[in-house]
Design a protein around this ligand. Sequence first.
Ligand SMILES: [Zn+2]
Length: 251
Amino acid sequence: MPLQKTRVIILHRFPYSDSSFIVKAFSADFGILSFLLKGGKRKESPFKGAFDPMAYSEVVFQSSGKSEFVFAREASLLEWFPALRENLEAQAVAQVMAELFLRYTPHGISLSKEFELLLNAFTELNQEPAPELLSRWLFDLCAHWGFSLNLSRCSRCNQPFVQGPAEFLPDSGECVCVSCFTHHESLFEEDFLSDLWRFSKNEPVGSPEQLEKTFLSYLRNHLGIKRNLNSVLWLDQIRKLKEKPCFPSAI
Ligand SMILES: [Zn+2]
């Protein structure tokens, strides 16, 4: 089998035996790759941090033909995202993205756009992430995976909104304008509807977490995801801890 070279983002790593790791990596060229790193736990591992979870690296690898695993021949670390690793919430957001890719990456389509989407998000998480980062990422991912949400035009009359929508339709990911809306009351709070409106104009929103939940549940419906994502539960916990710190901030 010939050697191949690709850029990867490491999604997950777990021990395989006393001395080895299995590493799940996302590559723009090959989708999800499973690396078997023999002796990867040894301190003098030749790959340094290139296979650490969340690392961005370039690897040269070989497939064995029979096995599901590929074998790394060379690897160089391009970015380790040190500031992301020091920020618990940023780490948890990165985990949500990694878990979605690990479990639900579609097969048989080009993944270069998804790769850039993930790389850009990790790069932003390593700097000063905007509060809307995860909601925007989920919104963009829906579009890449073929079920765009439409927040800027009315689904009935197709006119662009000049004020916030009167209703959001969670199943189709569409909105309805005030003129076309025939019910008395929306299913959603006014604050949420105006957040959708601000989001569609790239403006800061009041509750990014509410948008995340909405986009995530829309994505889950379309992908047929039944059970909760562990990383989403973890992100919720981290945020609750942030609201109620266990320790006094000034000692
Ligand atoms: Zn309308």
